[in-house]
Design a protein around this ligand. Structure first.
Ligand SMILES: Nc1ncnc2c1ncn2[C@@H]1O[C@H](COP(=O)(O)OP(=O)(O)OP(=O)(O)O)[C@@H](O)[C@H]1O
Ligand SMILES: [Mg+2]
Length: 269
């Protein structure tokens, strides 16, 4: 049975951590289905549990309650069909940018492709994020934004079915950020990847998403609201600025974050 509307399924998920002060419930009662090819963003205040939820989908952690499925299979660990771009770029410092990406390419395609093909994939991924000139440099020799782009190249090079991104553009200047957002839109349009991306940025969420999943404040955060973004693709950032659907979606997210969730914060304080 293939149900494309439920490519990723999250059922009744709770994530609690053992801490010196006792059990800390970060997430509770999280339920969400992500369709195949859908672009989802997770938005919420700092510390609400966005990375925690992404790590669960990545299979890096297991929930304390509930279950997660990808393509009808329970997620029990990381897999090449679910590539992750971490919030803090996680490159191997002793390898060049090229080698960092090549390692991922090798893991996924070495069984079926020769070395020249693997190198070509690596070159293409680095070119996609504008890093060809830095290919032979090591992470210590490039800027934070460039490191983040290596992380993105590495994830894209695996041609994953699901792309999981934790604030991938957070450390970038506004111009680079806009360029990479546009490139990501083009890539996803082409590859039909399913994307779950964490962001703090309301404009980024509206520009990229099919649906915006808004998390309540922690502790015991959960999904407060899900906003469908009914704006046709391809989307053009310049034209969108005055599009009523864009303005409406943007306002709905801002209302959620700064009115509805701000009250919870005050009440808790
Ligand atoms: N391993 C852990 N042990 C204990 N507490 C944890 C652990 N990981 C996360 N937490 C707590 O869970 C909550 C959610 O953390 P998480 O990193 O998911 O937040 P976030 O929404 O990604 O925040 P940010 O936007 O700042 O990245 C926080 O209160 C955090 O302190
Ligand atoms: Mg985080």
């Amino acid at each position: 049975m293939n149900d494309d509307s439920k490519y990723i399924e999250i059922h009744g998920v709770e994530q609690a951590f053992k801490t010196p002060k006792g059990r800390f419930v970060a997430l509770r009662d999280v339920n969400l289905n992500v369709a195949k090819g859908e672009f989802i963003t997770l938005i919420g205040h700092s510390g609400c549990g966005k990375s925690t939820l992404l790590n669960l989908i990545a299979g890096l952690t297991v929930p304390t309650q509930g279950s997660l499925l990808c393509a009808n299979k329970e997620i029990t660990g990381p897999g090449p069909e679910r590539a992750v771009v971490f919030q803090n770029h996680s490159l191997l410092p002793w390898l060049t940018c090229f080698e960092n990406v090549y390692l991922a390419v090798e893991r996924v395609f070495a069984a079926t492709e020769n070395k020249a093909q693997l190198r070509a994939r690596t070159d293409a991924a680095l070119a996609l994020v504008g890093l060809t000139p830095a290919a032979q440099r090591r992470p210590g020799e490039i800027s934070g934004g460039m490191k983040q782009r290596v992380g993105i190249a590495r994830a894209l090079s695996m041609e994953p079915k699901v792309l999981l991104m934790d604030e991938p553009f957070g450390a970038l200047d506004a111009l680079t950020r806009a360029k990479l957002q546009d490139e990501l839109l083009a890539i996803v349009q082409k590859t039909h990847s399913t994307v779950v991306m964490v962001t703090h940025d309301v404009d980024e969420a509206v520009l990229l998403s099919d649906r915006i999943v808004m998390l309540t404040n922690g502790p015991a955060a959960t999904i407060g609201d899900v906003l469908p973004v009914n704006i046709p693709r391809p989307r053009n950032r310049v034209e969108l600025a005055e599009d009523p659907a864009y303005v409406h979606a943007r306002k709905a997210v801002i209302d959620f974050l700064y009115t509805r969730q701000a009250h919870v914060e005050k009440a808790a304080a």
